[in-house]
Design a protein around this ligand. Sequence first.
Ligand code: AMP
Length: 333
Amino acid sequence: MSRLPKEILDYSNHFKHEYAKIRAAIKRYDKIVIYRHIKPDFDAMGSQMGLYYFLKDNFPEKEIHFVGDNHVSFTPRLFPETERLNDEWHKGRNFLAIVCDVGDKDRIADPRFAKAKYVVKFDHHPFKEEIAKVSVLDRGAASAAEIVADFCLSWKGMTMSERAAENFYTGIVGDSGRFLFSSTSAHTFSVAQELLKSGIQLSKIYQRMYEKTLHSLKVQSYVLSHFDVSPHGVSYYLLPSKIQEELGITTELGKENVNMFSNIKEINAWCSITEDPSPKDPCWRISIRSKEKDISGVAFKWGGGGHAQASGARIDDLSQLDAFIKDLDDLFA
Ligand code: AMP
């Protein structure tokens, strides 16, 4: 293999103790399950599936699985149906759990990760609780896929197949906002460059990730006619259940148009606010994005969390809307 870029050598050297322990665990266990967060996005699925294929390709003799809920539109267009492992399978507990892109128990898409004999984690979310024996946590990384790909690329003697690289690349593009967020670094580009060497076709990946339908234009048109902007440049649009029905979209798709506001001069942060009528936990789900300021503190205050430029939050009902928008607006006053 050709020599890796300095950024990858430095990064993998920084995590060399963690990487060594995780590599030893991967070699030690015959059964491995890879996990990610609930309500998955490109990065959750890209980091999980990239690692899945990497391990399948390099350790064909091992039993390797990926689990979690399917995505309403990514499955099966971008990622395969997730696997189902029953309780019987978990009984022996003799497996390794690898958790990608999530740090708190409640957000891991299958709680049975806790049944594993050994748990390791790759993440870039703020630390909440210890869930793993070994953690590779880099809050500054643009995506979890960037970290996991670094781990794989720097593992001597292993190969990075096109299918593994394609998934990692998808995660990196997704969570770096197509290399636009300020978390994008020289390391992000170095990892992307190495992944490109596996023969992936960028146009194919971008087409699959961002393909729109004529129907989606109808939704965009609704959003553009119904958004509001706060005094200091926070834009937001509401999608009540009734409107979702009229537009023919599901709650999960409510945030799809949030980035329509990303390049507007007068807008500093932008949100989609989508009613989730699920009987167990009715609320309005909020996706927040920001040009520069860190919005994760506001997201945390409002029942969520995430990253400086991309976070999730919630309000219980519309009586809280003004207070939520004011908290965001105050960041730019
Ligand atoms: P979303 O707006 O749902 O796409 O979320 C944006 C980012 O924030 C993703 O990286 C999510 O993983 C993260 N995020 C969303 N909700 C939460 C939460 N409740 N706790 C921690 N991170 C979150």
